[in-house]
Structures are given as structure tokens and as C-alpha cells.
Design a binder for this molecule. Structure first.
Ligand code: FES
Length: 111
């Protein structure tokens, strides 16, 4: 089951190079992190589960996001923590493509 939806215009999505992340503010839901990997777009909560860091300020390394504060890591596709000090998974959010190329991020209700 999904909650609020956030629409990312096609031009913004297209301007993201592969291997990058940007912050996405969803009114009423706080910040998400939107990633572009070689096979498409992914979204997770923006806040690291270890502290107050914004993962959008971190670096994408392969399929992982590296937290800028203590260099913990998460698998972008699953949200699973993959390197200490992170142990708690990120919440992932489903993305579907709109007819005009925009991305619709369905914010998970279990955040
Ligand atoms: S705040 Fe992200 S690893 Fe510590």
C-alpha cells in the first residue's frame, strides 16, 4: 500500500546523470533521496538511519549510497544497510513512470 505521491518532471529526471542522487522534498512527507542508476530510478528516505545526515549529500558508489557523515552504506535498490555503522535499513519508495516521462514516487506508508 502506498501513501502520498510525488511527481518528478521529466526534465528534472532526464537531467540526472547515472550514478547521482538528489534530494526530493515531498510536502507533508519530508525529504526523500532520488537516485539514478544504470537501470533506472530509485527512491529512499533521505535521512540516514544512523544519524541526521542527508543521503542526498552522499556519494553513489555502484549500487550503494555512502553516507557523508560516518561513511556507512546502504544498498539503493533494497535499502539494506551494507556497511557499519549503519545497521537499520532505509525505507524504499516505489517509482513508476508517467506517460509523459515524469516519475511518480509513491511514498511508502511504513516510514
Ligand atoms: S549518520 Fe550516516 S553513517 Fe552515521
Amino acid at each position: 500500500m502506498s501513501g502520498p505521491r510525488c511527481r518528478v518532471p521529466a526534465a528534472i529526471a532526464a537531467a540526472m546523470p547515472v550514478g547521482t542522487v538528489r534530494q526530493l522534498e515531498v510536502p507533508g512527507c519530508g525529504a526523500l533521496a532520488l537516485y539514478r542508476l544504470a537501470d533506472g530510478f530509485y527512491a529512499t528516505d533521505d535521512r540516514c538511519t544512523h544519524g541526521e545526515a542527508s543521503l542526498a549529500d552522499g556519494d553513489v558508489d555502484g549500487d550503494e549510497i555512502v553516507c557523508p557523515f560516518h561513511l556507512g552504506r546502504f544498498d539503493i535498490r533494497t535499502g539494506n544497510a551494507t556497511a557499519a555503522p549503519c545497521v537499520t535499513a532505509l525505507t524504499c519508495h516505489r517509482i513508476v513512470a508517467d506517460a509523459d516521462g515524469a516519475l511518480i514516487v509513491e511514498v511508502a506508508t511504513s516510514r
